[in-house]
Design a protein around this ligand. Structure first.
Ligand code: TSB
Ligand code: ZN
Length: 644
């Protein structure tokens, strides 16, 4: 037997026989480690604990302390789910079942729909199988044989035909379950300690809406029951804050199939919040040197051919409309229009930077499966601007945008965010314009700008725009799921596509650089975020209704209307609840609507010319004159206070 050398994470080396398995090495280190071992990492790649090591390698034994092991753990739990489904419903065909960010799913093709009761049954069956302590066994199969064996399972067959090499790996779990799968997996089901099935959803085979619709069961798994429970609690909290749910309850927006998916309708209260946010950011831009324009939502397709969108971004665009002599497209971005604004007159170096801004409405063909309430939509309005500047002005402009972002986040009460430097990558070349020097320059400029501001960031290859790198600001929702909100992008490509120029001090034509930037992101995505951040209880300055007057009996109706009038005259968004209902019910409803202030008026308040102030968070605040109340609420509005 030949000897090989295993290098352990602490740098120590062990000589072992070729064919030794990671679990053997774990045992030789300590029985405790062997017991805790879940999966191995061989030369940086995850591997089964019983996979023979044939050549010298570095080896790490992963336990529940390691987040990569959690991935494998969840993958194995997904197999457990599929095994349970097959035992209960043998007619089911299996799709794919990967681990995902917060758990796992498995796709099934089955004529009958799964019900919530089925989930309970399946979960029980999973525990039953789990308690049999069955190994996850890896077997090698020849492609031909596999195709024969799986001839009944159409999705597996398709995958094997497409992806399998001459010999591929499968994993069994008991006699009934076998899956075309690369692995690795846990040694056996006894390692699985805590899991829960969460929901059933529709999903297309391979995510393509032309394919058959499958049933997807989502679940999650954790190393301990305690972690599982913590996660489920967070999920509960997230459900309460879900902007789609609150959007309905608070009458902020609606989505109607008669219009189409991803095309929300803003209801009066949501529209009020949006208008406030728009006014707010427009004012901030006006005072920081931006010029606002209006440009149309569509253009000839040729404009997007010239910009490069057609070549690199077409998949995300709605198909063109054929007119008599030309083709038009809904714009997926506003940049080309702003470029034409820049071009509308001659520019000199003294004019630069030119900052063209617009609440630009744009349209993207997001796939139906990706759509979500307001946060991912197909029609959206971006707080967009394109800064045309000299190369030596990039850094300063970048810094100014960052300062604006910081100010805006502070005013909106956003405190948790991360910077992501989104770079191109060489894997998906067709996604990016082909100009290596340009990429190198853009990425360097952004890195330097961030470094000189002393801000930490993570790099993300493959997340750049097709025309240049981006500095993205990532906000996470309650579940820790991140999306991009603000973005600052350096672009040398579009100025050259459109042959943009300015006359420099030397009297010659020079090419400006473009910075694309969005501070509050799209109104849609930002308001989705704010709804969840505040669980619908918006800061007073953004609340669609800031105060509601609640007469106790109809004897106070006139008095209540008088108070309302005073509030409205003072610019407060207010209403009065004149329903013939008990005041406690009125308070409860106002509370549910998350209205910051309730002004209760009964005989006594009327006699004293006062209102009994109630705050949605702090309750009773005593009787005040309307003036006193107004002074207080004005202070909250002016300071954009995030708490009352
Ligand atoms: C900043 N041309 C640039 C612009 O000048 C641009 O469009 N950049 S973008 O493609 O990154 O989009 C800007 C922002 O819009 C994103 O950072 C994101 O916050 C938001 N956004 C993108 N797609 C959607 C969508 N489908 N629904 C809601 N908001 C979106
Ligand atoms: Zn742009």
């Amino acid at each position: 037997m030949s000897q090989i050398e295993i290098t352990l994470p602490d740098g120590s080396r062990q000589a072992v026989e070729a064919g030794t398995r990671p679990i053997d090495v774990a045992r030789s280190i300590s029985p405790r480690l062997a017991d805790a071992a879940l999966v191995a990492k061989l030369d940086g790649n995850l591997a089964d604990l019983d996979q023979p090591i044939e050549k010298s390698a570095s080896l790490e034994i992963l336990t529940a302390k390691n987040s990569e092991a959690l991935y494998v753990y969840r993958h194995s739990t997904a197999h457990l789910l599929a095994a349970a489904v097959l035992e209960l419903y043998p007619e089911t065909k299996l799709g794919i079942g990967p681990p995902i960010e917060n758990g796992f799913y498995y796709d099934f093709d089955r004529p009958t729909a799964f019900t919530p009761e089925d989930l309970e049954k399946i979960e029980k069956k999973m525990w039953e199988i789990r308690n049999r302590h069955i190994p996850y066994e890896r077997i090698f199969t020849r492609k031909e044989e596999g195709l024969k064996k799986y001839s009944e399972a159409w999705m597996k067959c398709e995958l094997i035909a497409e992806r399998a090499g001459e010999i591929f790996t499968e994993y069994t779990l008991g006699p009934a379950f076998i899956d075309f799968c690369r692995g690795p997996h846990l040694p056996d089901t006894s390692k699985i300690k805590a899991f829960k099935l969460l929901s059933i959803a529709g999903a297309y085979w391979k995510g393509d809406e032309h394919n058959k619709q499958l049933q997807r069961i989502y679940g999650t798994a954790f190393f301990t029951q305690k972690e599982l429970e913590e996660y489920l609690n967070r999920l509960e909290e997230a459900k309460k804050r879900d902007h789609r749910k609150l959007g309905k309850e608070l009458e902020l927006f609606t989505v109607n199939e008669a219009v189409g998916s991803g095309l929300p309708l803003w209801l009066p209260k949501g529209a009020t919040i949006r208008r406030l946010l728009e006014d707010y950011i427009l004012e901030k831009e006006r005072s920081t040197g931006y010029q606002h324009v209006y440009t149309p939502d569509l253009a000839k397709v040729d404009l997007y051919k010239r910009s490069g969108h057609w070549e690199h971004y077409k998949d995300d665009m709605f198909p063109p409309m054929d007119l008599e002599t030309e083709q038009m497209v809904l714009r997926p971005m506003n940049c080309p229009h702003h470029i034409l604004v820049y071009e509308s007159r001659q520019r000199s170096y003294r004019d630069l930077p030119v900052r063209i801004a617009e609440l630009g409405t744009m349209y993207r063909y997001e796939r139906s499966g990706a759509l979500s309430g307001l946060s991912r939509v197909r029609a959206m309005t971006l707080n967009d601007a394109h800064i045309f500047c000299r190369p030596d002005q990039i850094k300063e402009e970048f810094t100014k945008v960052m300062q604006l972002v910081e100010q805006v986040y502070k005013d909106l009460g956003i405190t948790q965010y991360r910077y992501r430097l989104s770079l191109h990558d060489d894997v998906k070349k067709e996604k990016y314009v082909d100009n290596p020097e340009m990429w190198a320059l853009g990425e360097r400029v952004l890195r330097e700008a961030m470094d000189s501001l002393g801000l930490p960031y993570v790099e993300a290859p493959g997340e750049a725009a097709f025309y240049g790198p981006k500095l993205d600001i990532q906000l996470a929702d309650v579940m820790g799921h991140e999306e991009t909100y603000s973005t600052i992008q350096v672009d040398f490509h579009l100025p050259s596509q459109f042959a943009l120029e300015y006359i420099a001090a030397d009297g010659k034509q020079h090419r400006p650089v473009m910075i694309h930037r969005a501070v509050v992101s799209t109104m849609e995505r930002m308001i989705a975020y704010l709804i969840e951040l505040y669980a619908g209880a918006f800061p007073v300055w953004l609340a669609p209704v800031q105060a509601i007057v609640l007469p106790i009996t109809d004897r106070q109706t006139e008095y209540a209307r008088g108070i309302l009038n005073r509030l409205e005259t003072a610019g407060i968004r207010a209403s009065v609840d004149e329903r013939n209902e008990k005041v406690n019910l009125k308070i409860r409803d106002a509370q549910l609507q998350k209205i910051p202030f309730m002004l209760v008026v009964g005989d006594r308040e009327q006699e004293n010319g006062k209102v009994a102030v109630r705050n949605r968070k702090h309750g009773d605040q005593g009787a005040k004159t309307p003036e006193e109340f107004l002074a207080g609420i004005r202070a909250l509005i002016e300071s954009k206070a995030v708490t009352e």
